[in-house]
Design a protein around this ligand. Structure first.
Ligand SMILES: Cc1ncc(COP(=O)(O)O)c(C=O)c1O
Length: 357
């Protein structure tokens, strides 16, 4: 981390993780394709480090205000965090967290590795009560796809009183809108696949922490398990980070305007939006069939899973058998992109109007 608290997030996004300013140094971190290094240095082998990963890690670390480690995917980072706690430890997690994280918790519980307590993260008292004998408190805020918000500071205090680690999956908010380490969390997790890389062309995960010991433990796990990023992926994600502030600002403005316009539409029973970010969820009055039809009727909005790219995408979440049964069948998660908002609205309104004819 550079010791320069005065720099604003947009300046950090542009300037962090650059090579030294010396004659003939490139402005951008080079793409270092190497499985091994000349012996005697700090890295030695391609599974232990790579200068292109380091550049991405430095930049994201500065944005989150901690030390960062990149992983081969968000799920590789999830798995590494769950590995921190001992056999039979209790993990508290949101019932509406990303389905992959919930599935991994269920799998580990079924195999006797962990005890899992799924909670409604909006019910702070219930989460605080669940923290009592926990070893790890998993937060995701906003949640995917319910868009619920957790009181990170209060829950973190209760978790720390119980001696538990707190990790916050910050994939939806990004460090541009929320910095969980400032709120007391021990770890921040990202599916960098989403907004950080931002162009739907990369799978990548990341963790950040201010705790040097934790950083060392996680780095050792990554070295051993080998869930390391591809060099090109790290390079592309760093390239994406350079415009994170602009993309988030524009996508959020588009989302806010769409939420305003969607509010009145008779085809919907609900528009969910936590007030910030670029993910919106709508619930179709006529349920699953209407939601599926909607995803086939648009020409700009693309029917696709994942989120956080420059282009607007959407999907009915319950089309996945693994999505929580408490998510409405007719809920469509919308990842708002950076296109012109009037074009996005015209495309969506036409498709929604068709459903109500
Ligand atoms: C909130 C959240 N966390 C973690 C993940 C997992 O990340 P990845 O797909 O990069 O493995 C996802 C993926 O959709 C996600 O939405």
């Amino acid at each position: 981390m550079r010791d320069d608290p005065a720099l604003k997030p947009s300046t950090l996004a542009v300037t962090a993780g650059r090579p030294p300013r010396e004659p003939d140094q490139p402005l951008n971190a080079p793409l270092t394709m190497a499985s091994t290094y000349v012996a005697g240095g700090d890295v030695e082998y391609g599974r232990y480090g790579n200068p292109t990963w380091s550049a991405f890690e430095e930049a994201l670390g500065e944005l989150e205000g901690g030390r960062c480690l990149a992983f081969s995917s968000g799920m590789a980072a999830v798995s590494t965090v769950l590995d921190l706690v001992g056999q039979g430890a209790k993990v508290v997690a949101p019932r509406h967290a990303y389905q992959g994280s919930v599935m991994m918790l269920a799998d580990l519980e079924a195999r006797g590795r962990l005890v899992v307590s799924l909670v409604d993260v909006t019910d702070t008292d219930a989460v605080v009560a669940a923290c009592e004998d926990a070893a790890l408190v998993w937060l995701e805020s906003p949640t995917n796809p319910a868009l619920e918000i957790a009181d990170i500071e209060t829950i973190t205090r209760a978790a720390h009183d119980a001696g538990a680690y707190v990790v916050v999956d910050n994939t939806f908010a990004t460090p541009m809108l929320q910095r969980p380490l400032d709120l007391g969390a021990d770890l921040v997790l990202h599916s960098a696949t989403k907004f950080l890389a931002g162009h739907s062309d990369v799978l990548l995960g990341a963790l950040a922490t201010r705790d040097d010991e934790l950083h060392t433990v996680l780095k050792n796990r990554r070295d051993l398990v080998g869930a390391v990023p591809g060099t090109l992926e790290a390079w592309l994600a760093l390239r994406g980070l350079r415009t994170l502030h602009l993309r988030v600002e524009r996508a959020q403005a588009n989302a806010q305007e769409l939420v305003r316009r969607l509010g009145e539409h008779p085809a919907l029973t609900e528009v969910r939006y936590p007030g910030f970010g670029a993910i919106v969820a709508i619930v179709l009055a006529q349920g699953a069939m209407a939601a599926d039809l909607l995803t086939r009727k648009t020409s700009l909005w693309v029917h696709a899973t994942s989120l956080g790219g420059v282009e607007s995408t959407f999907e009915r979440r319950r089309r996945w058998k693994t999505e929580a049964a408490t998510i409405p069948e007719g809920l469509v998660r919308m990842s708002v992109g950076i296109e012109d908002v009037d074009d996005l609205w015209d495309d969506l309104r036409r498709a929604l109007d068709d459903l109500t004819l």
